[in-house]
Design a protein around this ligand. Sequence first.
Ligand code: CA
Length: 419
Amino acid sequence: MDDIANTGSSTWVDIPSGSPFPLRNLPLGVARRADGTVGAFVAIGDQALDLAEAVGTGFLEDSPAELGLLDAGRTLNGFAAAGRAAHTALRRRLTELFTDDRYAAQLSPSLIPLDELTMLLPVAVGDYVDFYSSLHHATNLGRLFRPDGEPLLPNWRHLPVGYHGRSGTVVADGTDITRPSGLRLVDGEPVFGPTNALDIELEVGFIVGAPSELGHPIATAGADAHLFGLCLVNDWSARDIQAYEYQPLGPFLGKSFATSMSPWIVTLDALEPFRVDPPAQEPPVADYLRTTGPTSFDLHLEVELNGTVISAVGFADTYWSAAQQLAHMTVNGASVRAGDLFASGTVSGPEPGTEGSLIELTWRGERPIQLADGTSRTFLEDGDQVTLRGWAGADPTNRIGLGSVTGTIAPADRHTGGH
Ligand code: CA
């Protein structure tokens, strides 16, 4: 793609070596400053530009993105809805501003150190769908939940299986996760209490940009026009509650208590250099799910638990792509809105140490994992802190970061948790 924003131009902004946010990234987020003001920001290095201030000084006045950013106020939904052309225009203008020394003096005061910002949810999530698109994860979960049957159900290779999640409990980076309580089987009987199998799920999230119309499916070839960008998602899961409740209608309270999303949205333009071919699909998929070209992304993901990296996995060979997921989500005529979130499902690889959940890493608690602090874990304990990280590109000198998302486990609510 001939995009000036993906060239190696140098910037007047001081960017630390190895930063996830070099000039060619320019992810967007929403943050609260120390003085309490909330606005849209673009991250560069270990700082972020307050876009409202940049608009106020006239630097973004030629950008069609300007109104969306201003209207958005506390979310990026308005800007997401403006569509790919607006996203690309803002990226080009920001690249001009950050690479031309003439703007340094005037814009520097609006560059805020990241550690002085409290990151908020970047969008108000309208609808949230979680898919199940990693072949290795679906196979592992099938073996764990249905040990006597075929691990993959017959539909899995024909359509991207998913379910509607709870958008109102999508939470921002740093939000504590209260241990949920519910009914789970103890010695074969349903007993109410705090989950004993609190887990994580390492996922990639896709945020919808330009909305679609009710009754008009999005084709796979047109999916990019409706995508704003990517983030990381931790689909916290209570495995014992999930195992008891999920039949026959699927995930419910074992998932809906909280889902964390990372704060910086990396736009599709930034990810263009990291597109890769998706894995071959066999048997062939229905026409509406067919794609051509590089519809996957060369992403690398990892899970850190209390300071120990417990899993590292590549995303590129995920069986179902975002384009296929979006086409599938709308093939019945359902529409999507700006800020809708859909997630890949847990990303797991075939090798030990590449699984994106504790139930797989520990094989439902049979094989505890050792942490650097000398302790071991099967599922999460109160006080545990989990951080998901991700980046695009295998070359450390030429990659861009998705940033990270962290959550810490808080004890069960004493009124419902029985403590
Ligand atoms: Ca999930």
